[in-house]
Write a protein that binds this ligand. Structure first.
Ligand SMILES: [Zn+2]
Length: 348
């Protein structure tokens, strides 16, 4: 099933129901928003023996084989791992061997990764596609694709989902699968998933596997409180506690950056905050008390630490240093961003 993306569902359902489906589509959008899922649903309905209003029956032999990944009518190529001209020629050769009356659907994932040669071969086929063949090109990076390829396709753009839509979806999945998860855990997986249904469901699975309660990597609100109070000791203890429970310093850093970013957005553009609505008031309060300059400084300092962690033998040291920089008043006076944050606080 596809969650959200109503504009896409409407367009595809109508064109399939009326037999006007295109031969080449470009699906673009962030990871985990339903691009290949939609391509597979297309493949199902185009070959279904009993489709209803542009929807597959999900019971016939063809639908079941697409579902099981054993259908001869659906071919997937991951251009990220298979980007050469040989793989593309092979695919095109198979595409030209049509099975009359059937639709063959070719799904090319991460299509912006194709080599120049493979792209040229694909373009030639898109100019004159064999009848009954439908190409679905999926990409997270449509601007990396050549204009000529784009102009040969119908471009449909997938979007991230709003937190409230995701929350509803998570609750439905949890109930349908008989998972016991707390409200806090649901709130947390929605925040972690950041608008991607697939990522959100992986976090739901993790939460459910670890007992169904919230497993916050680090107490985010408390960390920001310690930035407001200039209390490095308290912040360092929180970091130590998270790491003693087996958290990776990088994950802790990413989590903190995500939270500060949401705080920043709550001041500048509240519509963009990726949190369930009932949590937004508390976040906005924290963000106002820390101030925009403090939030930006936090994001920058932790972002730099995260970059340096890639080469660091002990990433934890970098997280500790960043933590002290963000919470200690003295160190904060040594850089301009820190001074601005202090002035803002005084002005308030
Ligand atoms: Zn069917």
């Amino acid at each position: 099933e596809l969650k959200g993306q109503d504009h896409i569902v409407r367009a595809l359902r109508t064109s399939v129901a009326e037999g006007r489906e295109g031969q080449a589509y470009l699906f673009s959008g962030p990871r985990g928003t339903g691009k290949t899922t939609t391509a597979r649903i297309m493949a199902k309905v185009l070959n279904c023996s009993d489709p209803v209003d542009g929807e597959p029956c999900c019971e016939c032999e063809s639908c079941l084989s697409v579902e099981a990944g054993t259908s001869y009518d659906v071919h997937e190529l991951d251009a990220a791992s298979n980007n050469g001209v040989d793989a593309m020629r092979d695919l095109i050769e198979k595409a030209s061997l049509g099975t009359p009356g059937r639709h063959k659907v070719y799904i090319l994932d991460e299509v912006h990764m194709l080599s120049k040669g493979a792209e040229a071969a694909l373009l030639k086929t898109l100019e004159e596609p064999p009848p009954h063949v439908v190409f679905v090109l999926a990409t997270t990076d449509p601007q990396k694709m050549s204009d000529t390829i784009r102009s040969r396709t119908q471009h449909l753009q997938f979007h991230l989902l709003a937190p409230d839509t995701l929350e509803q979806h998570v609750r439905w999945v949890a109930e349908d699968a008989g998972l016991t998860v707390t409200d806090e855990a649901i709130e947390q997986v929605v925040a972690q998933g950041a608008g991607s249904p697939r990522d959100t469901l992986s976090f739901l699975e993790l939460a459910s596997n670890s007992g169904g309660g919230a497993a916050e990597v680090i107490a985010l609100d408390d960390f920001v409180e310690s930035m407001i109070d200039h209390d490095p000791g308290r912040a360092l203890k929180m970091v130590a506690h998270a790491i003693s429970r087996g958290r990776d310093p990088r994950t802790v850093t990413e989590e903190l950056i995500g939270f500060l970013r949401n705080g920043f957005l709550s001041l500048m553009a509240p519509d963009l905050v990726q949190l369930p609505s009932q949590r937004i008031d508390a976040l906005t309060d924290l963000a106002q008390r820390l101030g925009a300059a403090g939030l930006v400084r936090g994001i920058e300092t932790l972002g730099e630490a995260l970059t340096e962690m890639r080469q660091a033998p002990d990433p934890r040291v970098l997280l500790d240093v960043a933590t002290v920089q963000l919470t200690s008043e003295q160190v904060g006076a040594a850089d301009i961003a820190g001074l601005v944050a202090r002035i803002q606080k005084l002005e308030r």
